[in-house]
Ligand binder design. Structure first.
Ligand code: ADP
Ligand code: MG
Length: 144
């Protein structure tokens, strides 16, 4: 699905809609959402709406400096939402963060900004969201 949005609010709404449409069938591993694209492309903005769609009331802060944040959720069969930002990550960091365990647990939804910076063989059937900067207020969002 490809959309062009004209405001941050509209991008948030697309994120919220994606959350509402997530598969609820039993799976073997976490549900991974890969967020790619330009700096300022709107990945965090999208995920704020996504988190709202999961029923999270807290304000979502960008985890750029902390690598990830985790939120308790009760969204169908999902229990936790992990928000990663891998912009500053070194491969070695991932193992100390327990990343493998996090993505193996089917109770988790794991959104990863800058997933292109980590080993993509870790997630096979992820949802991929690509965000492109068109101009100051326009972004192209590709969901695959
Ligand atoms: P990223 O996480 O990809 O670096 P952010 O979501 O942090 O991007 O930042 C996007 C910036 O662009 C925000 O300041 C937001 O207000 C602005 N913006 C302007 N138009 C849009 C749009 N259509 N969609 C998303 N963000 C937009
Ligand atoms: Mg961001």
């Amino acid at each position: 699905m490809k959309t062009i949005t004209d405001s941050p609010e509209e991008t948030g709404k697309i994120g919220e809609d994606l959350a509402r449409r997530l598969p609820q069938e039993k799976r073997e591993k976490a549900l991974v959402i890969e967020m790619r694209g330009d700096l300022g492309g709107g990945k965090t903005t999208f995920l704020k709406g996504f988190a709202r769609g999961l029923g999270i009331k807290d304000n979502i802060l960008s985890p750029t400096f902390v690598i990830f944040r985790v939120y308790d959720i009760s969204f169908g069969r999902y229990k936790k939402f992990y928000h990663f930002d891998c912009y500053r990550i070194e491969e070695a960091d991932l193992s100390t963060l327990g990343f493998k365990e996090i993505i193996e647990n089917p109770d988790n939804i794991v959104a990863i900004e800058w997933s292109e910076r980590i080993d993509s063989s870790l997630f096979k059937d992820s949802v991929k969201v690509d965000m492109k900067f068109i101009d100051e207020n326009k972004r192209e969002i590709l969901i695959d």
